[in-house]
Design a protein around this ligand. Structure first.
Ligand code: G3P
Length: 221
């Protein structure tokens, strides 16, 4: 399963990229707004740091505007994936951009039928938002199971990019289903790295090493 980071924060992107964990990045207007500054600078920098796919989102709601913005966004790098909303205009732009060889991520997917239609339009990725479904009492992970089954039935090559991930168990569940990608807020990725027994174990190893050193002050690894 590929791991993308769901952020426009350069420090987080560099941190996890240096650990070799990132296959790509997803951004959206809310994440850009959270960082402030000029989003163009952030987009340019992110596409330079990351080799893999970087989703940059259009803000036009009409087909013509989406096409213009999509074409401009691609100037930031060959690794740019144009993110469009799951609307009739978004699907039309998805079809046109995909036909031109520009990869598209269709976002704001909340039902299996929306995912099916986005795949039919030629999307490289569909982004189902599982946390927002959980928030309103639905089952986000169940949506991933349904999309996976549908895409497998028809051998769609569109990848399931699990978004709106809120906690590490979402990641385990998505991986068990065989989702292609999860996009993670930095806080979720950080929690995945940690386990209390790892910390306790390391503290014990280091304490025991200090004991050994007490009897052999010049000892080194
Ligand atoms: O890519 C954006 C998506 O992951 C939204 O997450 O937490 O705002 O529902 P959230």
């Amino acid at each position: 399963m590929k791991i993308f980071l769901d952020t426009a924060n350069l420090e987080s992107i560099r941190k996890y990229n240096d650990m070799g964990l990132l296959d790509g990045i997803t951004t959206n207007p809310s994440l850009m707004s959270k960082e402030g500054g000029n989003p163009k600078d952030a987009m340019k920098e992110i596409t330079k740091i990351i080799q893999g796919d970087v989703s940059l989102e259009v803000v036009s709601t009409k087909y013509a505007g989406m096409m213009e913005e999509g074409t401009r966004l691609r100037e930031y790098g060959d690794n740019v994936v144009v993110k469009v909303p799951m609307t009739p205009d978004g699907l039309k732009a998805c079809k046109s951009l995909s036909s031109e060889g520009i990869p598209v991520n269709v976002t704001l997917i909340f039902s299996p039928n929306q995912a099916l239609l986005a795949a039919k339009s030629g999307a490289k990725y569909v982004s189902p938002f599982i946390g927002r479904l959980d928030d309103i009492g639905h089952d986000g992970i169940h949506l991933i199971k349904e999309i996976k089954e549908i895409f497998s039935n028809y051998n769609f090559t569109t990848e399931i990019l699990v978004a709106s991930v809120r906690h590490p168990m979402h990641v385990v569940d998505a991986a068990k289903i065989g989702a292609d990608v999860v996009t993670l807020p930095p806080a979720v990725l950080d929690k995945m790295l940690q386990h209390p027994l790892t910390k306790i174990g390391l503290d014990n190893f280091l304490a025991d090493w200090e004991k050994l050193k007490a009897g052999n002050p010049n000892i080194k690894i």
